[in-house]
Design a protein around this ligand. Structure first.
Ligand code: 5GP
Ligand code: ZN
Length: 142
């Protein structure tokens, strides 16, 4: 299923050019047009789904498996020193293209954007953390 107004659906269909580094029945992996670092890539599922809330567990599992494979491959080829796997959901979380994607961002010691994901810590009291822990507790499925 595709969304005719979605830029990534158009890229997947080849209607908008991209630099693809991998393609199979379920995914296309492209270089980000505005890379945070050398080799910054995006894993795009071919099926249109907006975010983690919409993607099926099966497809997400396949995407994660592919991320693992690409992380090793990219690190070997690019000789990077680390790599961030990043996935934004919703505008408030920094999502700008509303077609699920995983960022693979190679990291290099001394690189320009080394503070890419730096955030400051928020302070919560022990009581607040206890409460958050309690309301987030989720039963195991098995
Ligand atoms: P988000 O902020 O939604 O997590 O990430 C969207 C990413 O898609 C951004 O890093 C942006 O640079 C990239 N992007 C947006 N439009 C295009 C495009 O047309 N081609 C490619 N290759 N990347 C794009
Ligand atoms: Zn789409």
């Amino acid at each position: 299923m595709r969304d005719d107004n979605c830029i990534f659906c158009k890229i997947i269909a080849g209607e908008i050019p991209s630099r693809a580094i991998y393609e199979d029945d379920d995914f296309k992996v492209i270089l980000d047009a505005n890379p945070a670092s050398k080799g910054h890539a995006l894993i795009l599922p071919k099926e249109h789904c907006a975010n983690i809330y919409e993607i099926s567990e099966e497809l997400l599992a396949k995407a994660t498996k592919l991320a693992k494979r690409l992380a090793g491959h990219m690190t070997a080829v690019l000789d990077c020193d680390g790599l961030n796997l990043l996935q934004n959901n919703g505008e408030v979380a920094g999502q700008t293209v509303f077609h699920f994607h995983m960022h693979l961002i190679p990291r290099y010691i001394g690189m320009k954007n080394n503070d890419l994901l730096n955030w400051t810590h928020e302070q919560f009291t022990d009581e607040e953390q206890d409460h958050i822990c309690k309301i987030l507790a989720l039963d195991a499925e098995n």
